[in-house]
Every structure is written in structure tokens, then in C-alpha cells.
Design a protein around this ligand. Structure first.
Ligand code: BGC
Length: 389
């Protein structure tokens, strides 16, 4: 305990020294332009990169944080990673501590728009901010966002339903039944996932071959209904309870053919709820997912979950650190394997206050027929990979 206190005091002292020296170098000017990263020029190789990840209850973020740290260190930076436990106040304290320690860049997967105040502070201190996987909403204080094509993630989820239910040959006289779930309404990605999915499914609803059981927001802009299908902070217990309620109410008199689940964590919770219902004991609905989590990959192999979307987060981490490195060195940004969002996709980079430069990696649909794709990409530990072959 004593040792911990001493360590904390030393950390605080070092932190405030860095803060003073940074401020006295004239770093505290012109917050409103928010172009800290653009005006950043040279950073020494041993500068600190602060990595702020949102949560650990969705497993990918554990890996994201560790990959980002390893990538940063490989490029000669010092790196620190913290996870925010789906609590923006906690994450803000973590980011604040990176700033106090003199971080030159922040890589942030935020929780909600409450992150704005610390991002403004980073901008005032000319710290380069990279929004990682999730947009930092309602902020004009940063310039870069790196993520996947999140609209396509949703399209892929829905295309897997289209195939599994053979919607192309279905008829309105014998319609298929689906119920819809969305991710957290505090996460900008959730809107793109949903809209991507509905861009594929709405025409089948219109022609009567697909019937929606429960709330049906045609797009995420129907905010009343979107809130009803959304899952605060991507919490599995919320999705499980909502599925149980649906099974006992709106879906009581039909047999569901599919459930649009926005990620694997929620997909598995939905499957659990279905398994407890006698009606689905022999045949589960087609349930989608996202993240290619090992448990879901195994579930796909065993025939429970139908699909997932593989996003190679090791590549995302590598690209994010390359981006931070280029920005810190004042080089022009060029990220192999990513495209700069333009046209309709530029919306993905709209914070609500400005459109930031957004780099998109490509997601891949995974079903039982191509489980080898994440396996061959080295996405799993060796013992996990061997269970999936
Ligand atoms: C990410 C998903 C993840 C979800 C919940 C989203 O922002 O893009 O990969 O499943 O958050 O953590």
C-alpha cells in the first residue's frame, strides 16, 4: 500500500512537471481550431502515446488495447493503455492522466460524447488525437478517425440473413419472421451497422416476404423506435432480457426465422434466451453477429450462431499507430489497406461538428463455410484455432 502511494506520488510529480513544461512551451493556445494534429510537427521516437479503450466486457477491446500498445512500442514510442469500463467519467480520468504525463498522441475508442471535454483539452495542448474504431461525437477538436466500413458491416449481417432465409425466393403468402436489435445508442457505429443492415432488409419488408416482429425502425433516424431496439453500452444482459420479453410477448404466436444481432456478445445472449424456449430447442433462428469472437466462431462451427463479421483488429491497431506516427512526424498520411472515406461513406466521419478524415478497413462476412478466414489471419490463439479447424 505504502509502495503504491509512493509510486502514485512520483507519477503525479512527474506528470505535473511535464504539464508545466508543455504549457510553458506555448502548447496552451487556440483550442477552437482543433487542428492540434495537423500543426503537430516532430515528435521524438520515445514520446508517449496514450491509448484509451472503452470496455472489456466486449472482448475485442482487450486485444485492441494490447495490439495498439505493442504496435506503438515497436515504432519506438512509449505507450500506456487503459480500459474505461463503459464509464465515460472513468475514461476521462484516464485520458486526463495521459495528458498530465505529457502524451503527444491519444488513440481513443470512446464510450460516449462525454469524452469531448478532455479531447478539447488535448487539442489546446496540441496533442494529436486519433478516434479509434468509434467516432468521437460532437467534437471539432480532432482531425482523424480510423475504423472499418461500418455501413458494410450491417450490409454483410443482413446479406447473411438474406442467404440463410433464401429471401429471394420467399413469398408473401409464406413470409419469414425477424426481430431486430441494435447496438448502443451512445456509439455512432451502432447507427451505421443498423442502416447498412436495413438497406438490405427493407425491400423484403416492403414486398411482404419478411415480417418484422416487435419495433421496426426503418432506419436509425426513427429515433423513438431505434431506442426501443437499442442496447445501452452493448450489455449482453439487456439484450437477453429484451429477447426473453419478445419471446413471451410480440413473438409468442410466431416462430422467428431470424434475429438481427449487431455483435457477437449480444448474438450469444439472444441465442441463450432462445435456447430456453421450447419452440427453438430443435431449430434456432438465424442469428447474426460481429467481431469473430472465439466463442461465436465456435458457436458457428457448432451450428448455433449463423454468421459473424470479421474485422481484423490487429490490422486496425497497426494502421492506427502508423497514422499517429505519420501525424506526429508531420508527414502526409497514407495508410495501406485502408481507403479514405468519401462520397456517401464520408458520413461515417461526421462528428456532428465537422467531418474528420476517416480511414476505412474492410470487414469480411464469416459463416460456417469460411471460418478459416479469421483462423488463417492468425486472429485466435493456437489452442483456439485448433478447435476451429
Ligand atoms: C465496435 C464493435 C463492438 C461494439 C461493442 C463497436 O463500436 O465497432 O466491434 O462489438 O462496439 O463493443
Amino acid at each position: 500500500m505504502k509502495k503504491l502511494l509512493t509510486a502514485l506520488l512520483v507519477l503525479l510529480a512527474v506528470g505535473s512537471l511535464c504539464l508545466c513544461s508543455r504549457r510553458s512551451q506555448g502548447g496552451g493556445a487556440s483550442g477552437s481550431q482543433g487542428s492540434a494534429s495537423e500543426s503537430q510537427s516532430v515528435a521524438s521516437g520515445s514520446s508517449l502515446i496514450g491509448i484509451a479503450m472503452p470496455e472489456t466486457h466486449v472482448l475485442r477491446w482487450v486485444k485492441d488495447g494490447n495490439s495498439l500498445k505493442a504496435e506503438a512500442e515497436q515504432r519506438g514510442y512509449r505507450a500506456e493503455v487503459q480500459w474505461g469500463n463503459a464509464d465515460q467519467t472513468q475514461q476521462n480520468q484516464q485520458i486526463q492522466s495521459f495528458l498530465t504525463q505529457g502524451a503527444k498522441a491519444l488513440v481513443v475508442g470512446c464510450i460516449n460524447d462525454g469524452v469531448g471535454s478532455v479531447i478539447s483539452e488535448a487539442a489546446r495542448d496540441k496533442v494529436a488525437v486519433i478516434a479509434y474504431d468509434r467516432i468521437i461525437p460532437n467534437s471539432a477538436d480532432y482531425d482523424y478517425f480510423i475504423t472499418f466500413n461500418n455501413f458494410k458491416v450491417g450490409q454483410l449481417q443482413a446479406q447473411s440473413i438474406e442467404t440463410a432465409l433464401d429471401l429471394n425466393s420467399a413469398s408473401a403468402s409464406s413470409p419469414k419472421y425477424i426481430t431486430l436489435f441494435a447496438g448502443s445508442p451512445t456509439d455512432g457505429n451502432a447507427f451505421f451497422f443498423y442502416d447498412g443492415a436495413m438497406s438490405v432488409l427493407n425491400p423484403y419488408v416492403d414486398s411482404g416476404v419478411l415480417k418484422v416482429v416487435g419495433p421496426y425502425p426503418r432506419t436509425s433516424s426513427d429515433s423513438g423506435n431505434f431506442q426501443r431496439i437499442a442496447t445501452e453500452n452493448w450489455q449482453a444482459p439487456i439484450a437477453k432480457t429484451r429477447m426473453e420479453n419478445l419471446l413471451n410477448n410480440d413473438a409468442r404466436d410466431v416462430t422467428l426465422d431470424a434475429v438481427l444481432a449487431p455483435n457477437d456478445t449480444l448474438g450469444r445472449a439472444i441465442i441463450e434466451a432462445c435456447k430456453a424456449d421450447a419452440k427453438y430447442r430443435t431449430k434456432l433462428p438465424t442469428v447474426t453477429g460481429q467481431d469473430a469472437e472465439f466463442d461465436s466462431a465456435l458457436s458457428i462451427k457448432n451450428g448455433d450462431q449463423y454468421s459473424t463479421v470479421f474485422k481484423d483488429t490487429a490490422k486496425l491497431a497497426e494502421a492506427a499507430i502508423l497514422l499517429a506516427d505519420q501525424v506526429l512526424k508531420g508527414q502526409s498520411v497514407s495508410i495501406p489497406g485502408a481507403v479514405l472515406a468519401s462520397g456517401d461513406l464520408a458520413k461515417i466521419g461526421d462528428t456532428g461538428r465537422k467531418v474528420v478524415k476517416t480511414y476505412l478497413l474492410d470487414p469480411i462476412l464469416v459463416t460456417n463455410s469460411n471460418l478459416n478466414v479469421p483462423v488463417d489471419a492468425g486472429f485466435y490463439e493456437a489452442d483456439q484455432a485448433s478447435q476451429l479447424r
